[in-house]
Design a protein around this ligand. Structure first.
Ligand code: RUQ
Ligand code: CUA
Ligand code: CA
Length: 611
């Protein structure tokens, strides 16, 4: 065994300095310290969960060979532009769902002329910065239909169908600068909301910072086109919604409307903005909007009815989380060691929005996100302290000083944290994932940049138990879970042969014009319908291929050597690509999925005759 301590840079001497210092500091001193630590990253020591035997911990994540995990975990793939699917509790990596990037194995956006390729090209290109996966809900519970995810880098959002785990829609959101927070409007996914985190002039024209605004877009969940948008002061960061379809919330960390870091941390308070969706819908009916970029845009300052409430939250808050009962929305303080608890029913009933704040428990340094177990406890990630802190909501609201239940060290600098089904009205309170921004020396070194680290924590008991850790590509911001038993019935086994399918025995080549040919091809173990076809140099070739297998998992591919083509085919699937056969000679096509003992023999020739 390697002693990996030999391979690490020396850890900072000030182990746990931040929390110890915090204990003896005033709140404003702690805030400054938090700010400094946000920049330099506090370093803590790795520590196992002390009371537990390693064997017990291993046993609680062990899933026997051939058996299935209890949960799907959908992690945002960060700058990969994908969604990563893991099984939990084992931490098995199951699938990468390509969203904003091409992936040849699944025939996703890997060739010009395919639907997915053209969609990405038209909306901003072949990479993304995905942050927040969200799941469709019916009646406040996950219905297993769709997953949406944002692309902060290109103002986009995408929809994935969970029956096939495929990305089926990608749209750029008009008028929006940097899609960041996304959420479904509970309980029935009446909208998908998306925040533009960056502010700017709307519509985009010559830069004039005085007029900068940001936007929350209310999208049609299927088409992803905005039904309307609402202008906001400052910037819109992370969002969530109430459980009754009425309220959309977002944190704003820059009410200063500053352009530099220094300017953005001037004030002691920023806000959670609450948008009354029903009031916004009534404003639309009264015509109280401007049409900008083809979208109905509401300015809350111009409506007859009040629809925007700004509730003060200290200081540059980040996470915005509604508890499973829909009673509270919580802003995690980031530069303040607090979580601000707002009672949703009070927002439009109190004289000043400040009076809707019913608790502001101190939880530790750098609180970023809060999640829930459905038993009245909240779990807040502490970026600076590198901890998950468990606290009791009712006690905090009642002013009982004993609201902290437990803390667990994580490795290191946690951003998002999410408990199983915590976004629904029925969390299972079983596991929590800590998505840590730094792994430092946790894994085998792979150069100066290390993988990110997820840690699985058992939250079923009073005390948290850190069970396991597993790495991932940068940067898995956030995660959502589905119970395996809830999703499995939705997952398609094989595609139905469609009307455009090439039937068994009907492979052929047709010349349809002087320089235009159509090729129809079947694939089945272990041969193609045509063992060769001949075209003329310069022909436009439309190649349609069908995988005529009826057995699950019997995928085939059809890649053409040196022509940049790979048609990946699920069982039953038909796909088509058009290309110009501009190079003369012999070009083997071959199967890219290892499908049988004669997989290597599953090949044929495209013969391109010189003109
Ligand atoms: S953010 S680490 Cu893009 Cu979700 Cu909070
Ligand atoms: Cu078909 Cu390999
Ligand atoms: Ca601020």
């Amino acid at each position: 065994m390697f002693d990996h301590d030999d391979y690490t840079r020396p850890a900072d001497a000030g182990d746990r300095w931040s929390r110890m210092a915090f204990a003896g500091l005033s709140r404003s001193g702690a805030m400054l310290l938090a700010l400094a630590a946000l920049v330099v990253f506090a370093v803590t020591c790795r520590s196992a969960t002390p009371d537990d035997d390693a064997g017990d911990l291993a046993a609680s994540t062990y899933v026997p060979v051939g058996e299935w995990d209890a949960y799907y975990a959908f992690l945002s793939g960060g700058q990969s532009g994908s969604v990563f699917v893991y099984g939990l509790p084992s931490g098995r990596f199951i699938r990468q769902i390509p969203v904003f990037e091409p992936r040849a194995a699944y025939g996703y956006a890997n060739m010009p002329g395919t639907e997915a390729y053209e969609r990405l090209a038209a909306t901003g290109g072949f990479w993304g910065d995905t942050h927040h996966p969200i799941l469709s809900e019916t009646g406040g519970d996950y219905d297993g239909r769709f997953l949406w995810i944002n692309d902060k880098a290109n103002g986009r959002i995408a929809r994935i169908e969970l029956d096939t785990f495929e990305t089926v829609e990608v749209k750029r959101i008009p008028n929006l600068y940097g899609t960041h927070g996304v959420a479904v409007v509970s309980p029935d996914t009446s909208y998908v909301i998306a925040n533009g985190e960056f502010e700017g002039e709307i519509p985009r024209r010559d830069p004039e910072p005085e007029g900068y605004r940001s936007i929350m877009a209310f999208l049609d969940p299927i088409s992803l086109d905005p039904r309307f948008e609402v202008l906001l002061p400052g910037n819109a960061d992370i969002n969530d919604t109430s459980k009754d379809g009425r309220w959309a919330f977002t944190t704003i960390y820059n009410l200063e409307r500053g352009l530099t870091v220094e300017e953005m941390i001037q004030r002691d308070e920023d806000a959670i903005a609450a948008i009354d969706i029903h009031a916004a819908e009534r404003a639309l009916e009264r015509g109280e909007y401007a049409e900008i970029g083809g979208v109905r845009v509401i300015d809350p300052e111009q409506t007859t009815e009040k629809l925007l409430y700004l509730i003060p939250v200290p200081k540059n808050p980040h996470g915005c989380d509604v508890d499973p009962t829909g009673t509270y929305v919580m802003g995690s303080g980031k530069l303040s060691p607090t979580v601000t608890v707002i009672e949703i029913a009070k927002i439009d009933q109190v004289e000043s929005p400040r009076l809707a704040v019913v608790a502001e428990p101190e939880v530790g340094l750098g609180p970023l996100h809060t999640t829930f177990d459905g038993r009245g406890n909240a779990y807040t990630s502490l970026f600076v302290d590198s901890q998950i802190v468990k606290w009791n909501i009712a006690k905090a609201v009642a002013g009982d000083p004993e609201y902290i239940v437990d803390r667990v060290d994580v490795h290191y600098n946690v951003g998002h944290t999410q408990a199983t089904l915590a976004e629904t009205m029925h969390p299972t309170g079983e596991y929590l994932l800590s998505l840590n921004k730094l792994s430092k020396d946790m894994f085998l070194p792979v150069g100066p940049t290390m993988p990110e680290n997820q840690e699985l924590i058992d939250i079923s008991g009073e005390r948290m138990r850190l069970l396991s850790s597993f790495p991932s590509e940068p940067e898995p911001h956030d995660v959502v879970f589905m119970r395996a038993e809830d999703l499995i019935p939705h997952v398609i086994q094989t595609e139905e042969l469609g009307p455009d399918a090439v039937a068994d025995g009907e492979s052929r080549i047709e010349r349809v014009g002087p320089d235009e040919v159509h090729v129809y091809m079947t694939a089945i173990r272990s041969k193609y319908g045509l063992s060769s076809f001949t075209v003329k140099q310069g022909d436009r070739v439309t190649l349609r291929a069908t995988n005529v297998e009826t057995i699950r998992d019997m995928s085939h591919g059809l890649a053409i050597d040196s022509y940049g083509i790979n048609i990946a085919l699920d069982p039953g699937q038909t796909r088509e690509v058009t290309f110009v056969a501009d190079k003369p000679g012999t070009y083997w096509y071959y199967c890219t999925w290892f499908c049988s003992a004669l997989h290597l023999e599953m090949r044929g020739r495209m013969l391109v005759e010189p003109r």
